[in-house]
Design a protein around this ligand. Structure first.
Ligand SMILES: [Zn+2]
Length: 476
């Protein structure tokens, strides 16, 4: 790859990114950070996407060995991609393909546009995927990407109601995960008060809430329940603490109706969340629509000036028309470190491009997101998400916050599922409760399961991201 072409295409891409970074430092209005972007017409959004695409494609071709090989393999050249409509020519990239690249070219793979010289100039920070499939993969993000990350996330946080006057309690271990760090960078940009909550136990965190009165708490949904119960054990009602917003991540929240209602009731707070993935970071791909809160169906806006979002059929991977349910695919227009052309993020949803009542025009994922296709449990050919079981368990009055799904192989060689949950009345009516829960799960998931009803406090408490599924099945 020639250096002049590599440098020239990089410069052209960078200048397009800068050209459209409207309102770089502060919100333009009281409600919307960048109206020129967040409320642009659909045609304007498509034009921005196409203009960025025309520079990102040659940039990838000249700077990334992974992309260069793929262009050659599919008989494509950069000028084949003039507008968003041309994207379908590029076959979807999945995690397996990226894993192969990393295995053949350890430890980072070859998809990035950064060579050693650029990495050294820009500097970087390392992150890793949560590793829902296989070994966690690492990602480096340059400090150029970090600036754009803070800007895009600030727009998203602003849309979710983050304003001067709020204090944010960040309950995260500050591990190598993009979500909390990206929020931290955006909060610093927005000059909002922040309390770091890593490295303390739940009683210490409960005391931080009581003493310093944060108004927004960031944590996982499991932890929101655990922390609320800890406050109650200390004699305080979470709903009376002044926390009005829970910013949840790490596990699906808004899309799991029973969990959402349980957390909202416990805290008397509204729930908001981001959507995205480490591969197509930095910055969130989407954020809770502010108009969601009073609706039965939650919605997530996907940021379309920084990424292009589409849905594909899970089998054929063909692009689906608006309104059809399919898997998310992301083209990341803004990352120097982790560019993506049609990366299969892999969450099921339905898209709606009509103008939202909140005023924003960026596409909405209706119903938000209930989990990656990778998380799907396949039990004797019947497929279900752990969140479907979660919804059944938590809809059940008196059930505890913790539960566990155990998959195992019985003496006849048949794969079976056991759902273990806690219930306050386990001692008085264990058989009745067990049958009701089994019926409930069977009607929701169309699968026969065994339920085990346990005394409260039996299952280990979730501190961060819950591990709900234990798969002990014999593998062929
Ligand atoms: Zn909206």
């Amino acid at each position: 790859m020639s250096n002049a072409r590599a440098d020239g295409t990089r410069a052209a891409w960078l200048s397009t990114i800068h050209k459209f970074r409207y309102d770089p430092d502060r919100p333009a209005t009281a409600e919307i950070w960048s109206p020129r972007l967040d409320t642009a017409s659909r045609d304007e959004l498509l034009d921005i996407q196409s203009e960025k695409l025309r520079t990102v494609v040659p940039f990838l071709y000249e700077n990334s060995a992974f992309y260069r090989r793929r262009f050659d393999r599919h008989g494509l050249i950069p000028s084949d991609f003039r507008s968003v409509e041309d994207l379908v020519k590029w076959p979807v990239v999945d995690k397996a393909e990226m894993m192969t690249d990393v295995t053949e070219h350890p430890p980072y793979g070859t998809y990035t546009t950064m060579n050693d010289e650029v990495w050294a100039q820009r500097g970087w920070m390392m992150f890793s995927s949560s590793g829902s499939t296989g070994v966690p993969r690492v990602f480096r993000y340059s400090h150029f990407d970090r600036e754009g990350w803070a800007w895009a996330n600030a727009r998203a946080l602003f849309a979710m109601g983050f304003r001067a006057g709020e204090t944010v309690f960040m309950i995260t271990g500050y591990g190598p995960h993009v979500w909390a760090w990206g929020v931290q960078y955006a909060l610093a940009k927005m000059e909002l008060p922040t309390i770091p909550g890593g490295g303390m136990d739940s009683r210490a965190r409960a005391n931080v809430i009581l003493r310093f009165r944060p108004t927004i708490v960031l944590c996982t949904p499991s932890y929101a329940l655990h922390l609320g119960r800890t406050l109650q054990e200390l004699g305080h009602e979470p709903a009376a603490t002044g926390v009005h917003t829970l910013f949840l991540g790490g596990e699906p929240a808004l899309a799991v109706d029973a969990t959402r209602r349980r957390i909202e009731k416990l805290w008397n707070a509204r729930l908001v969340e981001f959507y995205g993935c480490t591969e197509a970071a930095p910055h969130a791909g989407g954020y809770s629509c502010p108009a969601t809160q009073n609706d039965a169906v939650p919605a997530t806006h996907l940021m379309e000036d920084v990424q292009i979002w589409e849905l594909v059929d899970p089998e054929s991977r063909a692009t689906l028309p608006e309104g059809a349910r399919g898997l998310t695919v992301c083209t990341n227009l803004h990352s120097e470190s982790s560019p993506q052309l049609r990366f299969l993020v892999g969450d099921y949803t339905t898209l709606d491009t009509s103008r939202c009542v909140c005023g924003r025009t960026h596409v909405r994922a209706v119903g938000s997101f209930a989990g990656r296709a990778d998380d799907l449990i396949n039990l004797r050919g019947i497929k279900m998400y752990p969140v479907q079981i979660e919804d059944a368990v938590r809809a059940f009055s008196g059930s505890g916050d913790e539960f566990e799904i155990v998959l195992s192989t019985n003496a006849d060689g048949l794969d079976v599922m056991t759902v273990r949950c806690e219930h306050a009345d386990h001692a008085t009516d264990p058989g009745g409760l067990q049958r009701r829960l089994e019926r409930e799960i069977r009607s929701r998931c169309e699968v026969r399961v065994t339920a085990e009803v346990l005394a409260p406090g039996t299952l280990p408490k979730t501190e961060f991201k819950a591990k709900r599924v234990r798969d002990l099945r014999h593998k062929d």
